[in-house]
Write a protein that binds this ligand. Structure first.
Ligand code: ATP
Ligand code: MG
Length: 420
């Protein structure tokens, strides 16, 4: 029996051997955000519970059963680990009056928390990168965000993600549809599961978002919101489709796409893949024109999306054999002259090289084994002779043969000609 403390189920360590995938993704995302003029915002992981209840909606999977909510023992406040980023982002924008000068484009990333059943592609702590454009009516911004996502897949080298879009209309069209939905489901009460029965009158739209295969049929035959769109939403949707076509972005209209959060209206979209089994949605978003005022701000239209980083990394790992860990340039082995070795290591770093300085003693032979195992491209060898002459001996560890003694200045030029 072991009393070792383990990580919490569904909350993963990201080990050093996986880091290069994250680094590749994060570096690509950072360039991509710059290319569209999105500024990053860093938000707290914990918020008042009321923020999520009010924005995501009381009768949703997230608020009903997935939130990590607890009472702060010190002051009795109800707090929640954020299950998503949009609500916090809008809260921060209002709190700091960021919309005052005009519309803005923001991006965030980080861990999100949902108490779900852990499985491949579904975790209790997972990561999202999200973008939000506030103060824009669209549909130009809707199209821009979709094109933006398409560009990211291209930059990441992903070929197998496809776009589904839908429109949820405005509040009035949703009210008409809601009546039709309730009548439809009432006619098939015996086919509804417990969740659906409970939501029939409180939030029938959510029934369409069910993951229960037994309800697939009745959901597929439900009245479609897209048939009840108000004129403005229908025109908005038409203009979005035209923009996507002119940008050469392929889409499929999925009338069953409703999203699991209440704040969406008009445009909604998801990017899906068949490569990840049941957890095939890698990115999702849409317009949320009512949310800013719902959280207490002056009404402002908005549009955004978030991607599931773990799911995207799973795709990258399948499609990109060429993403490899970064290698250290030089492993410095030394004996008898630790002070000089440390000075040389700093000198090489001053000149832009990455250097592991051997620490902890041991024979040259054992140090060279470590140099080899470190993956470094070169060993820098420093003994008493080198220290006296203020030199270094460089030994290529990978393709080339031999070893070469030289001054520190020559070493920089020699290494540069081999590491570029
Ligand atoms: P799903 O239908 O898979 O439960 P969702 O509609 O609840 O997803 P969103 O709230 O739209 O998800 O979050 C955006 C993206 O974040 C999803 O498309 C997915 O890629 C990712 N995601 C959501 N929940 C999880 C989770 N528990 N683990 C890993 N990734 C997740
Ligand atoms: Mg979910």
């Amino acid at each position: 029996m072991s009393d070792k403390i383990q990580a919490i189920r569904g909350m993963n360590d990201i080990l050093p051997e996986e880091s290069h995938w994250w680094d590749f993704f994060e570096e690509t995302v950072s360039e991509w955000l710059d290319a569209y003029g999105y500024q990053t915002i860093r938000l707290p992981i914990v918020e008042q519970t009321a923020l999520f209840r009010r924005s995501i909606g009381e009768v949703t999977d997230i608020v009903e059963k997935e939130m990590y909510t607890f009472v702060d023992q010190l002051n009795g406040e109800s707090l929640t680990l954020r299950p998503e980023g949009t609500a916090s982002c809008v809260r921060a924008v209002l709190q700091h009056n960021l919309l005052y000068p005009g519309p803005l484009r923001l991006a965030y990333s980080g861990p999100m928390f949902r108490h779900e059943r852990p499985q491949k592609g579904r975790y209790r702590q997972f990561h999202q990168v999200g973008v939000e454009a506030l103060g824009f009516e669209g549909p130009d911004i809707d199209a821009e965000q979709i094109a933006m996502a398409a560009r990211l897949w291209k930059k990441l080298g992903l070929s197998d993600v496809r776009l589904e879009i839908n429109s949820l209309g405005d509040a009035a069209s949703r009210a008409v549809h809601r009546g039709k939905l309730i009548r439809h489901f009432e006619q098939h009460l015996s086919l509804l599961d417990e969740d659906a029965k409970r939501r029939l009158h409180s939030n029938p739209l959510r029934i369409l978002d069910t993951k229960n295969p037994a309800m697939r049929e009745i959901v597929d035959h439900a009245p479609r919101l897209i048939d009840d769109l108000d004129d403005d939403s229908a025109a908005h949707f038409e203009r979005l489709k035209t923009s996507l076509e002119s940008l050469g972005i392929h889409y499929a209209i999925n009338p069953g796409l409703v999203r699991g959060l209440d704040y969406y209206n008009r445009t909604v979209f998801e990017w899906v893949t068949d490569r990840l089994g049941a957890q095939g949605t890698v990115c999702a978003g849409g317009r949320y024109d009512g949310l800013v005022s719902q959280i207490g701000g002056k009404p402002a239209p908005a549009c955004g999306f978030a991607m599931g980083v773990e799911r995207i990394l799973a795709l990258i790992q399948e499609e990109r054999a060429d993403v490899s860990p970064k290698k250290t340039d030089i492993y410095v082995a030394h004996q008898g002259v630790p002070a000089f070795a440390a000075i040389v290591a700093e000198f090489l770093r001053d000149n832009g090289f990455s250097v592991i300085l051997h620490c902890g003693g041991g024979s040259f032979k054992s140090q060279m084994k470590k140099a080899d195992a470190s993956g470094a491209r070169f060993a820098g060898i420093i003994g008493e002779d080198e220290a006296r002459a203020r030199e270094i001996t460089l030994k290529p560890l990978r393709e080339e043969q031999g070893q070469f003694g030289m001054s520190l200045g020559d070493a920089v030029a020699w290494l540069r000609s081999r590491t570029i």
